[in-house]
Design a protein around this ligand. Sequence first.
Ligand code: AMP
Length: 301
Amino acid sequence: MSVLVVGTVAFDSIETPFGSAERILGGSASYFALGASFFAPVRVVGVIGKDFPQDYLDLFTERKIDIAGIKREQGDTFHWRGRYHEDINQRDTIELHLNVLAGFVPDLPDNYRDAEYVFLGNIDPVMQMEVLNQIRRLKLVVCDTMDHWIRESQDELKKVLKRIEMLVINDSEARLLSGYDNIVKAARAILRMGPKIVLIKRGEYGVLQFSDSSVFATPAYPLEEVFDPTGAGDSFAGGLMGHLARSGDSSEGGLRRAIVYGSVVASFTVEDFGVKRLTDVSLPEIEERYLRFVQLTDFHS
Ligand code: AMP
């Protein structure tokens, strides 16, 4: 089963305490697609400008990611500049240039419209809704968002939330969206907005999953060196959904295993700048770290 993603395909300029990089490949759809491609075929919907290099597109096609849904427009590519603090869990957006993303109207290739597993990556909720409206056979819709859209387009975002199964969101954004500081109250309030499952990403502290009937918690994989956390959340979602599409198992246990696969993929992402580690890690390395994760969390066998 293939996975469809809509999100940003971007230039990122990043500063962390360990170094910096200018205009490297980034964007929510890029990280998601690379993360999911270990497990399932992936189709990408997005927009790039005339300045976007072929080399970056080749990184997708080398991983057999379908880029027929990436439109090239006159104008410049979306550009994000972020700076991480000494405490690498904290970052500031220094620049955000929507460029060709402003006014982008997704128009899915015909063969994309039968997608069953859909990820509405971090992008304007109006565009997320546009994509949902063009798909005929939805099975699982997962959505991500961020503070920018919660502040600027909350009404539109709430319409999207009514139509999805799962929201993947980080802890500060969950607080912002719900108005509650307590993370359990925040998750319960978000469940009332529509999604059946809320996954709260807590950076190096892992993930909490809430539904009406269950709560599940996993740590993040403990790493000695984190170079660049950019894309951890998107590649987490990619690993999660790629694994769900591969297994077809949406039971409680199937979802828990997918969450751990997502956490494993994210743990590789942060080991190097940008998408570098995601493009050189192998599936056997992912499977090996998955088994280490199982050992890490086993306290009752
Ligand atoms: P993450 O670290 O998983 O939160 O995602 C980082 C990615 O989000 C970067 O590669 C950016 O290009 C992208 N990004 C930053 N701001 C936005 C925004 N407002 N909308 C969509 N994507 C964004």
